[in-house]
Design a protein. Structure first.
Length: 432
């Protein structure tokens, strides 16, 4: 007889329903492949009116979370309710009750991961979150297992499908930002609050998780510099294209073994790089390990079935750990007690794309380039178009050689003070 593992789902929304569906539809296959019978015993949700398109016959449905926590038969809780509270309190109670927890909740891990992992450790249970980054892409398992021999040197992630969809539409079809956002929302992969997608917050949640895995200790989400894609115009997309680049919202982690350089921002990616070919809502995570070299993981980063597929992979890992409690199966790479330092701005240098609208008058370019010279910033390319849109203002676009972040910030502060420069200047970074 296969060992039975009883599962409770907390939150029967899009992802929770997907998990229930896989557990019901793939029951036999999962047992054949793992030697474990996964039994969905209880589902907790507040809304039992809505038709989810699945039959829950024989499964206990309730609005009371305590039924799940108090049930000694339930070994694993799947948290798919989302948000921070009450999800955090519920997960803490489930861990305290000795239950393993699997979640897809990236915000919860980014903001509360340390406490949750400490609690899991204290209670001798597992806390797993494969589905929290890259939807169906098995990136956490790959870092934990396939790449275990490597120091992770760099991670570049296109890990917000909504932003990637918008940028693809702007690049390929010349759509405006707002038109493309509306399309992305209609497709259903945007967050309830789309500012998390387009402002870079969702990618930063996921980067916190990836960087913590790479560094083996928790990274402070609040310390990550985050810039979104809301300031980009079709003009910038076209300039970038003409320079041979594609603009992508990248989550960047560069690790020297001691300190991390973490950032989320729109980035000019060379048109012939693999990441430049990741389009629409798809995600990709480009990982460089010191032994393996460059690798790339690509696939659907959101959606019911891909995300549920990742949740179920955690359930299988858990079942294996449950079957072999002494088996030394390493499921956790993050030490919640370890802090990892980030580089300061003084220590980071980048190449930049700068776009200004200035009055078309003699000496303006000289004044702007004079400021860059003062701060030791070398210009590698300049384009000025004769006219654009608003009368008297012309766009000037510069690409620079590598320059320290701090020098660039100071130079731009000075340039902003020129009365011939419109306040809406844009600073982007180039891929390196
Ligand atoms: N809003 C997210 C995205 C969903 O657009 O990628 C998956 O986390």
């Amino acid at each position: 007889m296969p060992k039975e593992v009883n599962i409770g789902i907390l939150g029967l929304g899009v992802v929770g329903t997907g998990v229930a569906k896989i557990l019901l539809e793939q029951k036999k296959l999962l047992t054949e492949r793992t030697g474990v019978e996964f039994r969905l015993k209880t589902v907790v949700d507040l809304d039992w009116e809505r038709d989810r398109g699945i039959s829950l016959d024989g499964i206990r449905t309730t609005t009371d979370f305590e039924e799940l926590v108090q049930d000694p038969e339930i070994e694993v809780v799947v948290e798919t309710m989302g948000g921070i509270e009450p999800a955090f309190s519920f997960v803490m109670s489930a861990l305290a009750a000795g239950k393993h927890v699997v979640t897809a909740n990236k915000a919860l891990i980014a903001l509360k991961g340390r406490e949750l992992l400490e609690k899991a450790r204290e209670c001798g249970v597992q806390f797993l979150f494969e589905a929290s980054v890259g939807g169906g892409i098995p990136i956490i398992k790959s870092l934990r297992e396939g790449l275990i021999a490597n120091k992770i040197l760099r991670i570049y992630g296109i890990i917000n499908g909504t932003s990637n969809y918008i940028l693809t539409k702007m690049h390929q079809e010349g759509l405006d930002f707002s038109e493309a956002l509306q399309e992305a929302q209609a497709k259903g992969f945007a967050e309830a609050d789309p500012t998390l997608d387009v402002g870079g917050g969702d990618a930063a949640h996921k980067l916190t998780i990836l960087a913590s895995l790479a560094a083996g200790g928790f990274v402070d989400f609040g310390s990550i510099p985050v810039e979104g894609i809301t300031e980009l115009t079709s003009l910038d997309i076209n300039f970038a294209k003409n320079f041979g680049y594609v603009i992508k919202l990248l989550a960047i982690c560069r690790f020297n073994g001691t300190k991390l350089d973490l950032r989320v921002h729109p980035t000019l990616v060379p048109g012939d790089h693999l990441l430049a070919a990741v389009n629409h809502e798809l995600n990709a995570i480009f990982v460089t390990g010191n032994y393996v070299g460059d690798t790339m993981f690509y696939g659907p980063g959101a959606g019911q079935s891909p995300t549920a597929s990742a949740v179920v992979s955690d359930l299988v890992d858990l079942a294996r750990a449950i079957l072999q409690p002494e088996g030394g199966y390493t499921l956790q790479m993050i030490n919640p007690e370890k802090n990892v330092a980030l580089f300061s701005l003084d220590e980071i240098a980048n190449r930049y794309y700068l776009r200004f609208f200035t009055l078309d008058q003699p000496g303006i370019l000289a004044k702007i380039s004079g400021v860059f010279g003062k701060y030791g910033i070398s210009i590698s390319s300049v384009v000025q178009l004769e006219t654009h849109g608003e009368k008297n203002y012309v766009p000037i676009v510069l690409l620079t050689h590598e320059a320290p972040e701090k020098a660039m910030f100071k130079a731009l502060d000075e340039i902003k003070k020129f009365d011939f420069v419109r306040p809406d200047l844009l600073r982007l970074r180039l891929f390196k």
